[in-house]
Design a protein around this ligand. Structure first.
Ligand SMILES: [Zn+2]
Length: 278
């Protein structure tokens, strides 16, 4: 699915300045602001009826706003207890089904915790579960991109390498590249040259199509030895977003860039304006 729209900018959830705290009002506000996309946040659970998802999807098409969705936080594809594992898979499936009705093309989620397991064991477990999830969705004729996210803490599964490897090995899986998380994991990955290296790694592993259809998260971020502690405004953080935007522009990256800063649309607009002015 080649994208001709280039890079679209939007918010993680309903903009703070929306008239009402509803997905519908959020899309209208994104449109008014001149942004291009919105991530629907199902982080506390998928609570939207199929009927409203279809209605929201129609408005998104009318307004030309692209949608994606974030699955619930309560997901661990490495859970010990079989019922927790089954519930985790179900939450990803529910998110994918409702997002398909919304007309969205991607869902993102934090796949797993390492607990006390080795990364390679967790990788194998996550892979097996994702394969099951994708094949179930395809059997339902759901073509959504299933995107495990690069996570911000050392205790969470989801390094750049792990996410790219999963994406290379499973058809229908693609990376959710959270540049703030990547930076928070080590304190590195915060310069033009490093951003370029990451983009080249993505292209090398997954091909040009992956750069044309990226799913990106950006925000300011506070971090310590264990990684991410909280999201910050870009202006209050050390994140070199101008260098990131320059790298994305130089490599012609397309897709959705979702801003997760606490002020949502203000930083999303700052990112969009900065990108356009480059
Ligand atoms: Zn996330």
């Amino acid at each position: 699915m080649a994208s001709k729209e280039g890079l679209l900018f939007g918010t993680a959830g309903i903009p703070l300045s929306s008239k009402a705290p509803s997905t519908l009002a959020g899309i209208e506000r994104i449109h008014e602001l001149g942004l291009g996309c919105m991530e629907v946040e199902f982080v506390q659970g998928v609570r939207m009826s199929p009927q409203s998802a279809c209605a929201v999807g129609e408005v998104a098409v009318e307004r030309k706003i692209r949608l994606s969705a974030h699955a619930p936080y309560f997901i661990n594809l490495n859970a010990r207890e079989p019922q927790k594992l089954a519930a985790s898979r179900e939450r990803i499936l529910q998110t994918a089904r409702i997002t398909s009705l919304l007309g969205g093309s991607s869902i993102v989620f934090h796949a797993a915790y390492y607990l006390k397991d080795t990364p390679s064991k967790v990788y194998a477990t996550v892979k097996e579960n994702l394969e099951q999830i994708v094949s179930k969705l395809r059997a339902e004729d759901n073509r959504i991109w299933v995107r495990p996210e690069i996570t911000g803490k050392g205790s969470q599964f989801g390094t750049l390498e792990e996410i790219l490897q999963l994406s290379a090995e499973i058809e229908g899986v693609a990376p959710a590249v959270d540049f703030a998380h990547l930076h928070a994991r080590t304190g590195k990955d915060n310069s033009y040259d490093e951003f370029v290296t990451i983009l080249e790694q993505i292209e090398g592993k997954l091909g040009r199509n992956a750069l044309d259809n990226m799913h990106i998260h950006v925000s300011g971020i506070e971090y310590g030895p264990k990684g991410e502690s909280r999201h910050l405004l870009l202006a209050k953080s050390d994140f070199r977003y101008v260098e990131l935007l320059r790298a994305l522009k130089d490599y012609g990256a397309g897709g959705l860039l979702i801003c997760e800063s606490p002020n949502l649309e203000e930083d999303a607009l700052l990112l969009q304006q900065t990108y356009r002015a480059l």
